[in-house]
Write a protein that binds this ligand. Structure first.
Ligand code: HSE
Length: 439
């Protein structure tokens, strides 16, 4: 073991992940030092409320109420940012870099929105910003995409990257319950936040997809170009009908290279029940990467939680310790590609993406209605793969009809949908969910 002094850490945030990081650093101190070649010591930390009772022992750590005191503490080599959100995290990370400190962060929003600026500031000073914990908690997906798949042309990736959505959709499927009931249960169990909109409206998944797409394709981080949909419109009926057709509904982040550009989208998706991602349930996360040489690679694990996220933070710390003695030009680039080779292919507008569709309509139970619907689809060049008419509701004159289509460009489906919804025999709006075979 090296005789060098320990690497000294300043920690911003002593919440769930901060506490988990202290636990892992202590519990596995000898193992971590044996791997890193030096001991890692937390010398100071900040927390919003220093008087709050904590499960974790902070003896020997200087505690500050003002995070700037951590960032400016001359003893530290590395800042670990675990406060989340954009400000003051952005300001503090940039200040740490200006002070010559390496940074480890679990902050997906910060990286997705300001990563280009932050990485440039780090590169200009020969510093590392590591962010494994920002995507899919304990799953080492950044490391795999940036290093282990470095020899591959990545064609697409698809991920279950929000545990809250996956918990809700899995529970709807298991219990046949409605979205609202399951969300209330998830909040009661502490899986969903009191304001769950970041998760269930897809923003959190879009932050993570932005980062993964950049690593996969060598493109700048472009959060504002991601098409984002959440899961509020998925009904218990959709889950049941999808099941009858041999599909599960999952909330996916998808990034795909097409000839004309790149698709970046987050939305609920029907996936075949036998597909690996269909069988990832509860709060678990998984990312499937389709790479030309490796073929399909699936990474599965805990997407959140104190210790899984701490596992990624500590792995980053070990990488930073090793990087302290390497030439900054010869490190793994922040976004997998050397910055001067990054490309800016067009991001396709959602209307130009191509997927198959699940359509659920409520039709009047009278002759010719289905013929009208199928004629509109045929006129629009949309081919039908399956059609299923379901039992009529006792208290309604309408009959649910479910149609699975072959692949179609989204703008053609938009036009066909408008024509179908204009039929007097159809109750608007119809429900539409994209279908991906992930093959
Ligand atoms: N809120 C996230 C989720 C976990 O539900 O997956 C942290 O990224």
């Amino acid at each position: 073991m090296s005789t060098l002094p320990p690497v000294r850490i300043g920690l911003l945030g002593l919440g769930t992940v901060g506490g988990g990081t202290l636990t892992v650093l202590r519990r596995n101190a000898a193992l971590i030092a044996a791997r890193a070649g030096r001991r890692i010591e937390v010398v100071c930390a900040s927390a919003r409320d220093l008087n709050r009772p904590r499960a974790i022992d902070t003896a020997g750590i200087d505690l500050y109420a003002d995070p700037r005191q951590v960032v400016d503490d001359p003893r530290i080599d590395v800042l670990v940012e675990l406060i989340g959100g954009i400000e003051p995290a952005r300001e503090l990370v940039l200040r740490a870099l200006a002070n010559g400190k390496h940074v480890v962060t679990a902050n997906k929003a910060l990286i997705a929105l300001h990563g280009n600026e932050i990485f440039e500031a780090a590169r200009a000073r020969g510093l590392v910003v590591a962010f494994e914990a920002a995507v899919a908690g304990g799953i080492p997906v950044i490391k795999v995409m940036r290093e282990a798949l470095a020899g591959n042309d990545i064609q697409w990736l698809a991920g279950i990257i929000n545990g809250t959505c996956n918990f809700i959709l899995s529970a709807m499927s298991d219990a046949g319950s409605d979205f609202g009931e399951v969300l209330a249960e998830a909040q009661r169990l502490g899986y969903a936040e009191a304001d769950p909109s970041f998760d269930i409206d897809g923003i959190d998944a879009a932050h993570k997809l932005t980062i993964l797409a950049s690593l996969a394709f060598g493109i700048p981080l472009q959060f504002d170009r991601v098409h984002v949909e959440g899961i509020r419109n998925i009904s218990a009926d959709d889950v049941t009908y999808a099941d009858r057709l041999g599909y599960r509904i999952k909330h996916l982040g998808i990034a795909r290279q097409q000839e004309r550009g790149i698709e970046l989208r987050v939305h609920p998706t029907l996936v075949p029940a036998r597909a690996p991602l269909a069988n990832v349930n509860g709060v678990m996360n998984a990312v499937m990467v389709n790479a030309d040489a490796a073929g399909p690679v699936v990474l599965f694990g805990a997407g959140a939680g104190a210790l899984p996220t701490a596992s990624s933070v500590v792995a980053d710390l070990v990488d930073v310790v090793r990087a302290l003695t390497t030439d900054s030009e010869n490190r793994v680039p922040h976004l997998a590609f050397q910055p001067d080779t990054m490309d800016q292919p067009p991001i396709l507008p959602i209307g130009e993406t191509e997927t198959a569709y699940y359509l659920r309509l409520l039709a009047a139970d009278e002759p010719g209605v289905l013929a009208d619907v199928t004629r509109i689809l045929a006129d629009s060049g949309i081919s039908i793969e399956a059609i299923m008419q379901l039992e009529q509701d006792a208290d309604s004159a309408s009959v649910p009809v479910v149609i699975l289509t072959h692949k179609v460009q989204e703008k053609a489906m938009n036009a066909a949908t408008a024509r179908i919804e204009a039929l007097s025999s159809i109750r608007a709006p119809l429900n539409r969910i994209r279908v991906e075979n992930l093959a």
